[in-house]
Design a protein around this ligand. Structure first.
Ligand SMILES: [Ca+2]
Length: 168
């Protein structure tokens, strides 16, 4: 079930997933419950790149969050455009906890400024690009730390990243 607004697509994804897995779940409430909005439960969010500014910053659709990572992948692969996950960022070390999946188009150095709910939070990253660079400041400023497919935990930048670049 999607956690943030834009319920129409949520209902579609949830309905398909529920029918596929035959999990008995009551219909989603029209608003997030107090439990969902008041505590930091694990959530799985999607940032869908829809363009790029001359500065290199990616523009994105509004962040969408779901209860499962499978729902994020369903959103990506159910979309019309051919896209790819350029990075999945995790709240916890060793790729655990809540996730932020960035759905982009290439690894040519574009970047995102993290949304308020994900600033100073990323602790590990599953690279979709060969190098994913995490910066302490917005717009690729301040100190940085890269992750690679084999080195996915942040140390000096743990819980500090404000912007993230996807490159080779
Ligand atoms: Ca964290």
């Amino acid at each position: 079930m999607k956690i943030t607004p834009r319920w129409t697509r949520c209902l579609t994804a949830a309905t398909v997933l529920m029918s596929a897995t035959t999990i008995a779940v009551s219909g989603p409430a029209p608003f997030a419950s107090a439990e969902e909005s008041g505590s930091r439960t694990i959530e799985h969010c999607l940032l869908n790149v829809n363009g790029q500014l001359p500065t290199g910053e990616y523009t994105t659709d509004p962040i969408e969050c779901f209860e499962t990572h499978d729902e994020v992948l369903f959103e990506i692969h159910g979309g019309a455009a051919a896209r790819a996950v350029i990075g999945t960022h995790y709240d916890g070390l060793n790729k655990t906890g809540s996730t932020l999946t960035v759905n982009g188009v290439n690894c040519l150095g574009g970047y995102v400024n993290l949304t308020p709910t994900w600033v100073n939070r990323v602790s590990s990253t599953a690279n979709g690009c060969p190098i994913v660079r995490h910066y302490n400041g917005a717009n690729l400023t301040g100190s940085s730390q890269s992750t690679t497919p084999s080195s996915f935990n942040l140390s000096t930048l743990n819980n500090l990243a404000d912007s993230i670049q996807y490159t080779t």
